[in-house]
Design a protein around this ligand. Structure first.
Ligand code: DGL
Length: 252
């Protein structure tokens, strides 16, 4: 196969949708480690070896020419180790602090992510580099990724209780721009916009897709069927049709 796109669940499908818009029918396969979801609630010392193992098996099986880690939680903990372990281009995904800071007039921005991403030193590095003059308020939540999974499967979800603490914390009413630091939240953008229409919301799906195309351009990709594999429950095939993917029924 050509490109492997990886996430702990449905989140990376937002990156697949962005890739499909920018480069229709790019040869790619999708791997959801949903048997181990949610990553954001697992300790680092469990997650890091687990991610290395799952990606290692996928690389051996599929021989991709590049891997997109379409998961902030996995990228912030494992990207450096993955790049050290495999002689392949890895494209990661980090909270879009730079565009969120650029869009802020109040110089107070929010970061919504999983608990694991919010506690990572990597996030502090991004803030120091891209938002040194901003107050940055964060919310690490276990609930939003799960709500995104439910919505993806057709449920009507209410995200207000899970997301409101970002704005109700001290100083939170000054936030005018929010970086979405979890790829699952792409699928909750309509809900965020409906509840907080005056906020500028920043989703990483398109920036990650653009970066992927830049990196893979010189690679000359092989043709391959576009399949999606799951380490847990397999998504209903009709949910994958809009992404141009077919379920691979072999256990991951
Ligand atoms: N999609 C993952 C991310 O971008 C997180 C979901 C999870 O907790 O597994 O961080």
């Amino acid at each position: 196969m050509a490109i492997l796109v990886f996430d702990s669940g449905i989140g990376g499908l937002g990156v697949v949708a962005a890739l499909n818009q920018l480069a229709p029918s790019l040869p790619l396969s999708y791997l959801a480690d949903n048997g181990f979801f949610p990553y954001g609630e697992k300790p680092d010392e469990i997650l890091l070896p687990h991610i290395l193992r799952v990606i290692g098996e996928a690389v051996a099986r599929e021989q991709p020419e590049a891997v997109v880690i379409a998961c902030n939680t996995a990228s912030t903990i494992a990207l450096a180790a993955l790049r050290g372990a495999f002689a392949l281009p890895f494209i990661g995904c980090v909270p879009p602090i730079k565009p969120a800071a650029a869009a802020s007039r109040t110089r107070c921005i929010g970061v919504l992510a999983t608990a694991a991403t919010v506690r990572r030193p990597y996030l502090n590095g991004l803030i120091e580099t891209f938002a040194p003059d901003c107050a940055v308020l964060t919310l690490g939540t276990p609930h939003l990724a799960e709500l995104a999974e439910q919505k993806f499967r057709g449920a009507t979800v209410d995200i207000s209780q899970a997301a409101a603490p970002l704005f109700t914390q001290p100083g939170g009413n000054a936030i005018d721009s929010v970086a979405l630091g979890c790829t699952h939240y792409t699928f909750l953008l309509p809900e965020f916009l409906a509840l907080w229409p005056s906020i500028s919301w920043h989703d990483p799906a398109f920036p990650v897709a653009k970066q992927t195309l830049k990196i893979i351009e010189p690679l000359g990709l092989s043709q391959a069927p576009r399949t999606a594999r799951f380490t847990g429950d397999i998504l209903a095939p009709d949910l994958l049709v809009p992404f141009g993917l077919e379920p691979d029924f072999n256990p991951a």
